[in-house]
Design a protein around this ligand. Structure first.
Ligand SMILES: C[S@@+](CC[C@H](N)C(=O)[O-])C[C@H]1O[C@@H](n2cnc3c(N)ncnc32)[C@H](O)[C@@H]1O
Length: 191
């Protein structure tokens, strides 16, 4: 039986104690520890970045020679070492003005506004993931990596199959810090 959702769980408490804006930072830390994603001096895009815990962690890791850019529909309170923009990641015109080329790493923890209907939410997650892949095709440099959170559902297998045809390496990762009842999985793609 999955455990019930408890808003004040150990990850939330740890995030507050360590000065991170969201518990989701521990998912990025797990991903980074497993795949060695973030290095000093890198250029990193974080799509769906509010309130900014991934930006906090990434800005520290890339250091002063790196570039970290966060985009979200919601305004992000300033974070040292990160640039932030309010934009819809499906709006190509808006993105053209703010996103650089030759990016080493694209992160997406994007979550659609939930409707309460599981199939619809999962489909919206796939749609957002497709938008991230469109950005990645244009902005990633050769050998660059893209990490996308996807809600697993009926369309997930097809999404993964198509990704494997296009990308040099595709892996999936379930984070311990994801809530027990969550359908979320991280897909890592290498260009
Ligand atoms: C789970 S939160 C991200 C948490 C973030 N990784 C952190 O550590 O603080 C998901 C975010 O995706 C954003 N989002 C959803 N759809 C979006 C879209 N079309 N364009 C930009 N951001 C979007 C939401 O506004 C929300 O802030």
């Amino acid at each position: 039986m999955p455990k019930p959702y408890t808003p004040n769980d150990k990850w939330s408490q740890k995030a507050t104690a360590e000065g991170y804006r969201a518990r989701s930072v521990y998912k990025l830390i797990e991903l980074d520890e497993k795949f060695r994603l973030i290095h000093p001096g890198m250029t990193v895009l974080d799509l769906g970045a509010a309130p900014g815990s991934w930006l906090q962690y990434t800005a520290q890791k890339v250091g002063p020679k790196g570039t970290v850019i966060g985009v979200d529909l919601t305004e992000i309170e300033p974070i040292e070492g990160a640039q932030t923009f309010v934009a819809d990641i499906t709006d190509n015109k808006a993105l053209e003005k703010i996103l650089p080329a030759h990016v080493g790493l694209i992160l997406s923890d994007l979550a659609p506004k939930t409707s309460g209907i599981q199939d619809i939410d999962q489909w919206k997650s796939i749609e957002l993931s497709q938008a991230v892949l469109a950005v990645a095709r244009e902005r990633l440099k050769p050998g660059g990596v893209c990490v996308i959170k996807v809600l697993r559902g009926a369309d997930f297998d097809e999404f993964l199959r198509d990704a494997k045809k296009e990308w040099a390496d595709v892996r999936t990762f379930s984070a311990k810090a994801s809530r027990d009842r969550s359908k979320e999985i991280y897909v890592l793609l290498v260009l």
